[in-house]
Every structure is written in structure tokens, then in C-alpha cells.
Design a protein around this ligand. Structure first.
Ligand SMILES: *Cc1c(COP(=O)(O)O)cnc(C)c1O
Length: 401
């Protein structure tokens, strides 16, 4: 999107506002599928939690994507967007048996990640096919906040518990139709990922009725200049070859599944904010914007560095700014960042604002969650209205004293 387009969106819908470029989502989807074109059956299940607006789900669905969901509400959102139940996988962590049964009742693929629920579900519903989430204990990426495959992680059933899994499957006569792993949020090293995949292949040989192997996600996208990015093409080349070879050994053409969130939507998103105050102190210049971690928490939660551009003055002389929010809490988006000269009233655009940004927004400080806009075929489409005071008050009950 051009600067004028972003400014026009901020003008028309106000700030702060999220805007997503549909063509970027589309090109990322195509990049991923074409990297794996040598595998006969490939299934991409978009991780709904990254960005769960139903228009985005519909867009991805029209491209052919299925949906990866982690709550019954996400399952319902996907159904609401018109996605068929058989194209939805439910991959929760630590939810109740009842919630899993509700999802199964809606006809979606169930993925179970602990022995207790596996045994209970298998005993009650031996006929419903189930996928098992395996923890291969491989750490992808360096940040323990976002690595979920290592030894003390709460996700998945440990590969060291294979005998236990097999006992449950045998006793309940349940049907395991898929195995799954999701090692972490950053595949920095393809070899590490392939190593984890070998563990999954090894595990697969224990089950005779598999239909698919799900390799989860963790594709890294660049956030700033010179960031390492997962080389999807290289991963596609290597994993496809190994997967096809495995299918021969297994004696069946299995489906290769992935469930990317960030890869598909991160770079498509911009978050537009307005500068309320430029505040010169003795040590720095603050640009205070009409937002905070109530709208975009990743910089504070994960230390992520989102690019920030002054779209009102893109050619201005660059200066150093600390970009902070307007809530009563430390909410620093960026420290000492070089940005084209900022004036009060300017619109700043945060990049990589598609994944885990709006979906993590809250009403802290009783602020409204922003509007969302989809930029589709060179036009802005409002896909979520900005909240109003009614949204803040609607579930509150004032009792009488
Ligand atoms: C969050 C999640 C994903 C998506 O991860 P990204 O890093 O956004 O690609 C995939 N699978 C599961 C099970 C998840 O919880």
C-alpha cells in the first residue's frame, strides 16, 4: 500500500486503525503452497489466533486454506466465515474434555495434546478419528517465550511417552488419523526443523491408519532490516523430498499439513496511529501516539521491533524518537528509533501488524479497540467497526447501594 492509501484510510476511518493488504496475504499463501508443490496432498490450515477477523478467514478460505483453531469460539468463527468443518482442525492446549467434545460434535478434526484427555476421549468416542500432538523436544529459535517444543514445555505429548500413547490407543481402539507437532514460533534453522520432522516420521510408523502429518508452524518473517527469515523455498524443497520418501515407506500418500499464522498475515498488516504530543525531554524526544499496549502489545510482551514509518512526512529529515503510547503505564513501542521528522498530528504506521496484534488488543484504560480495514483490489473495506462506549459498558452491571 502506498503512503497516500494509508493516509486515506486513517482519514476515512480515524485512528488508531489496523489495515491489512489482501494481496500480501494472497502472495504469502501462494508462496507457501508453491514451495510444497511436489507433494501431492498439501493442506494449509491458517492459525486463526494470529488474526481472526471473519473477512480475513473468508479471504484465506477462498484461496483454499483450512483453519487451525485453538478454542471453540475460533471454531465457531471459522464456521461463521463459511469454512467447512472438515477443513478445520482444533488444536487446543489444556481445554476441558467437554470443549473438545463440542468441537467434535461440530465435525471438526480433533487434535489432542495430553494423555489424560486422550484416554477419556478415546474411551467415550472410539469412532471419532483423532490427531495426536507430539512434543519432539526440539527447541526452534532462541527465545524461550516462543519456543514450545523443548523439554519443559506444556505443549504436546512427549515422544518419551510413546508406549503410554500406544497402550491407550490399543485399549480404547481409537483411530489415530494424524500426528502433529508445533515446535515453536521461529524456524531460524531449517536443519533443526528437519531434525524435529524426523522424530515425527519415526512416531508416524507407530500408527497404521494415518491420513496426515501436521508439521505445525514457526515460519519466521522479517520484522526489521537484516532479520533472518525462514527460507520457505529451501524448506519446501528438502521437506517435500523427505515427505514423499516417507510416504513410500509408509505405503500411502499422506497429506502434509501446516498451520502458519504469522507467515500468512504478519507483513500484510499496518497499524496506523496519530501522534498526539511531541515531548522534548533532557534525554530524548518522545512521540506520544493515540494507542498503547492495549492495542499493540507485542513490543512490550515479546520485545518485538515493529518498523515505524511517518507516513505523513515520509521524506522528512530523520531524527531519533522514543515512540510511546497514551496509557497510564510504561508502554514503549520503540526506543531511540530513527524516524522521518514527526509533528503533532502526523500518522505513523507500524509494520508487521497483521499477526498477534489486533487479536491481543484489550480495553485497558477503558479505551476502544481499533477499527480494522481490509485493503482489497485497491479499495478500503471496513471489516470491523471501532468500538464505542456501549461496548465498554454493555456487560457491566451497576448494583444499587
Ligand atoms: C499459534 C500456533 C500456530 C501458528 O504459529 P505462527 O508462528 O503464527 O505461524 C500454529 N499451530 C499452533 C498449534 C499454534 O498454537
Amino acid at each position: 500500500m502506498k503512503h497516500q492509501d494509508l493516509l486515506a484510510v486513517a482519514e476515512q476511518y480515524g485512528s488508531p486503525v489496523y489495515v491489512y493488504d489482501a494481496s500480501k496475504i494472497e502472495s504469502q499463501y501462494k508462496r507457501l503452497t508453491s514451495a510444497f508443490k511436489k507433494v501431492k496432498h498439501v493442506k494449509i490450515n491458517y492459525a486463526v489466533k494470529a488474526l481472526s477477523n471473519i473477512s480475513v478467514l473468508k479471504l484465506l478460505s477462498t484461496l483454499g486454506s483450512g483453519m487451525d483453531t485453538v478454542s471453540i469460539q475460533e471454531v465457531r468463527l471459522a464456521l461463521e466465515a463459511g469454512v467447512l468443518p472438515e477443513k478445520i482442525i482444533f488444536t487446543p492446549n489444556g481445554v476441558s474434555l467437554e470443549e473438545i467434545e463440542r468441537a467434535a460434535g461440530l465435525g471438526v478434526q480433533i487434535n489432542i495434546d495430553n494423555l489424560s484427555i486422550l484416554e477419556q476421549f478415546g474411551t467415550k468416542h472410539p469412532d471419532i478419528p483423532v490427531c495426536i500432538r507430539i512434543n519432539p523436544h526440539v527447541m526452534a529459535g532462541g527465545n524461550t517465550n516462543i519456543s514450545v517444543g523443548h523439554i519443559d514445555s506444556k505443549f504436546g505429548i512427549s515422544i518419551h511417552q510413546m508406549p503410554h500413547i500406544e497402550r491407550i490407543v490399543k485399549n480404547t481402539k481409537m483411530n489415530i488419523n494424524g500426528i502433529h507437532m508445533h515446535t515453536g514460533s521461529d524456524i531460524l534453522d531449517i536443519e533443526v526443523f528437519l531434525y524435529a520432522s524426523e522424530i515425527l516420521f519415526q512416531t508416524a510408523t507407530h500408527f497404521k491408519n494415518l491420513e496426515f502429518i501436521d508439521f505445525g508452524s514457526g515460519f519466521k518473517v522479517p520484522y526489521k532490516k537484516d532479520d533472518i527469515e525462514t527460507n520457505i523455498e529451501e524448506l519446501g524443497e528438502k521437506l517435500s523430498k523427505r515427505f514423499n520418501q516417507f510416504c513410500k515407506e509408509y505405503g500411502k500418500e499422506l497429506t502434509l499439513a501446516f498451520e502458519p499464522g504469522k507467515f500468512l498475515v504478519s507483513e500484510a498488516g499496518k497499524f496506523l496511529v496519530k501522534v498526539n504530543v511531541v515531548k522534548q525531554t533532557t534525554s530524548t524526544v518522545f512521540a506520544q501516539v493515540d494507542s498503547g499496549f492495549n492495542h499493540l502489545i507485542r513490543p512490550m510482551l515479546y520485545g518485538s521491533e515493529h518498523g515505524i514509518e511517518n507516513v505523513s512526512n515520509p521524506k522528512g529529515k530523520e531524527r531519533f524518537y522514543s515512540v510511546v503510547g497514551y496509557i497510564c503505564e510504561t508502554d514503549t513501542f520503540a526506543n531511540n528509533r530513527r524516524i522521518a521528522e514527526i509533528h503533532e498530528g502526523d500518522i505513523l504506521a507500524f509494520s508487521n501488524a497483521g499477526a498477534y496484534c489486533f487479536t491481543m488488543a484489550s480495553n485497558y484504560n477503558s479505551r476502544y479497540r481499533p477499527a480494522e480495514v481490509l485493503w482489497y483490489k485497491d479499495e478500503a473495506h471496513l471489516i470491523r467497526k471501532r468500538e464505542t462506549f456501549d461496548d465498554i459498558i454493555k456487560n457491566q452491571i451497576a448494583i444499587t447501594f
